[in-house]
Write a protein that binds this ligand. Structure first.
Ligand code: CA
Length: 653
């Protein structure tokens, strides 16, 4: 491929106006940026696929490499593509990279009146009131996983769709499912795996044999069609998704979008390449595509019109769909300047909108590391959150070594990381400084978790690394991990179903031995729904675990003690104490609540035996025991804590 001088292009042609379609009554404006094109043509169609072209119209070249045409008639609901001409030679037709609606499988953009997509009540639907990131409790969920299993009790035609989120009052036996479940658990935000238009699911086939997580982006401004009841009519998916957002907002739950601006599924055949070859992706000096995503390409976020594109896209979703947050996949592929610009643009819309991501890449980037959103550069973007893989692996054991064990499995080498994790992974004068353990500038920068869609579920990991322990012992380990995530300073993040021991079962492949590794799926991105669908009968079976998670969330919400946004607050309120054993992590959190000083004492006993823990001075009652219960008996001096548990006590005198 020819190498462009993108700096020169940016200097000469940067454009800060609106790109895409603007729809007026009776006429429509089309604008696209293609500074080196020798011609651009607009193709209008009656439908999102098939042989039904209405006409092809040339665009005219305007300032800064922008091409423009005005169509002087009503084209609401029509479809369109562009054909770009380079060196006076017409190239392949492509969808507009700025198309914000599309037909089936995202082949053509659609021209819509967005005000017609609003469900009744939309105007008054508002983002959840999350004053600071540490007030959030995030629940990661895939649209299809949520309701695809018949035991979700969602009507058959809505299973696996956006519309399942708007069905309330669903129960499996006496166990609440879906929306009722989210309300009962008490999470504040749902983080949806990709809902933008992705490639691998054929939207024209409405069946459950297809499944994908969706980390294979096609059209960044469009919704995925397979989650709608009709992927052919572009109005339908938009209205149904807005109903999802509105229903969750009405129940006090925010919606976070998983955005994948690090790569596209297609490379040479992508809309970016067809629009302006060589500009949108990073290239190696030899002209080949670099691959920091591990998926075949990496997006050149530092180019000015790519930066603008990403910013415009996030702003579109935040405003048009009133979203409450954005989670950036492989965020370290993006440059820090772009990330900070997005954050400042989101602040202008609503500072409560959350923004965080993965501070790593999937390969070697073609931009120098200090410019990128790596976790080790965290202090350069303190207002953007990062997934805390250090705390994650310290809790449960190495993610990429299924047999390794963490703190909940009596690995005491990690105890210093556990101390730091509980204190929000930021500097604390009582703890030795360590950049990896203290990467967070403030506790609001750490996303604390021990399970996500990637890798084994926590329960499956425990079934491997603790296979010789009893189920009762593994449940204690799981609950301890959940307590650490939910009670640590920072932003707690829970994978859907983690609260009832989610498992991803699979059938061993032919020739594989049947064992603890081959019967669970550690990378289920395209596995069948029998692996990925949430099995609500597990909630019934493990209702005690669910009730424990629910109690943890309620405790976190009740006490500001667990939700400090700033590191000086942690320093002031959280004090580590000596409980009598270095491997038992103990600390107090003292603060006022309703004008009353309340001191909580938290003890983490990782041993398989009951252990005596020494209190600081005073008498204590049990605020939350290993079953999520209170106990009003006043204890003095200290007490025995159960094996593998986190217990919270409250000082009463
Ligand atoms: Ca799609």
């Amino acid at each position: 491929m020819r190498l462009l001088n993108c700096n020169d292009i940016d200097n000469q042609y940067e454009y800060d106006g609106h790109l895409g379609v603007v729809h007026y009554e009776g006429h429509t404006h089309f604008r696209t940026w293609a500074p080196l094109a020798t011609g651009v043509y607009l193709n209008l169609y009656l439908d999102g696929e098939g042989n039904n072209k209405i006409e092809t119209v040339p665009l005219e070249r305007r300032e800064n490499g922008v091409w423009f045409v005005e169509i002087m008639r009503e084209i609401d609901g029509d479809f369109y593509t562009y054909t770009y001409e380079y060196d006076n030679c017409r190239k392949t037709e492509t969808i507009d990279i700025y198309a914000n609606a599309c037909g089936v499988n995202g082949k053509r953009g659609a021209v819509l009146k967005f005000e017609r997509t609003n469900p009744e009540g939309w105007e008054t639907s508002e983002r959840v009131n999350c004053r600071k990131p540490t007030d959030a409790v995030i629940y990661e969920l895939h649209v299809k996983d949520f309701s695809v299993n018949p035991n979700s009790r969602i009507p058959k035609y809505e299973r696996g769709k956006f519309s399942a989120f708007s069905v309330d009052g669903t129960y499996f036996d006496d166990i609440s499912t879906c929306l009722e479940h989210l309300k009962e658990l008490g999470v504040t935000h749902v983080q949806l795996l990709p809902i933008y238009d992705y490639c691998t699911v054929d939207e024209s086939k409405n069946d459950d044999s297809q499944y994908n997580w969706g980390y294979d982006p096609a059209n960044y401004f469009c919704l995925e069609g397979s989650y709608s009841s009709n992927p052919y009519n572009p109005y339908v998916r938009i209205r149904e998704f807005k109903e999802l957002v509105m229903t969750l907002h009405n129940n006090g739950i925010g919606v976070i979008m998983d955005v994948v601006f690090n790569h596209t599924k297609e490379t040479e055949q992508s809309a970016f390449e067809k629009t302006f070859s060589g500009y949108y992706y990073r290239l190696n000096p030899d002209g080949n595509f670099s691959n920091a995503s591990g998926c075949g390409n990496e997006i050149a976020s530092e180019h000015k019109m790519v930066r603008k594109y990403i910013c415009d896209c996030v702003k579109f979703w935040a405003t048009e769909y009133k979203l409450d947050g954005f989670r950036f996949d492989l965020m370290a592929v993006l440059d820090i300047e772009t990330l900070k610009l997005i954050r400042s643009e989101l602040d202008k819309i609503d500072p409560r909108i959350l923004m965080y991501g993965e501070g790593w890449t999937g390969g070697m980037p073609a931009l120098s590391g200090e410019r990128l959103g790596f976790k080790h550069n965290s202090y350069n973007f303190p207002e953007i959150g990062l997934f805390n893989d250090t705390f994650r692996d310290s809790i449960k054991g190495g993610t990429f070594d299924s047999y390794s064990r963490g703190f909940i499995g009596q690995n005491f080498h990690v105890v210093n990381y556990i101390n730091r994790g509980m204190a929000g992974s930021c500097e604390h004068t009582q703890l030795p400084n360590n950049k990896d353990g203290c990467f967070a500038f403030n506790p609001s920068q750490t996303i604390n978790y021990c399970e996500a869609h990637d890798n084994h579920t926590l329960w499956d990991k425990l079934s491997i690394c603790a296979k010789n322990e009893t189920e009762e012992e593994r449940i204690a380990m799981d609950k301890m991990a959940g307590a650490m995530v939910i009670l640590a300073q920072g932003v707690p993040f829970i994978h859907a179903g983690q609260d009832f021991l989610r498992s991803k079962p699979r059938v061993p492949k032919e020739g594989e031995p049947v064992n603890e590794l081959t019967t669970v799926d550690e990378n289920s991105y395209n596995a069948p729904v029998s692996t990925n669908g949430i099995d609500w009968s597990r909630k019934e079976k493990y209702i005690d675990v669910f009730n424990y998670y629910k109690a943890l969330i309620a405790l976190r919400k009740r006490y500001p003690h667990f939700r400090y946004a700033m590191r000086d607050e942690v320093e002031r309120h959280v004090r580590f104490t000596n409980g009598g054993d270095n491997n038992i992590v103990c600390y107090t959190i003292t603060d006022t609540l309703d004008e009353q000083e309340i001191s909580l004492f938290v003890a983490l006993n990782p041993y398989k035996e009951e252990k005596y823990v020494r209190f600081p001075e005073g008498g204590y009652v049990t605020e939350l025991d290993e079953n999520g219960q209170e106990n009003p008996s006043v204890l003095y001096g200290g007490t025995n804590t159960p094996p593998v548990s986190v217990i919270v006590y409250r000082r009463v005198n």
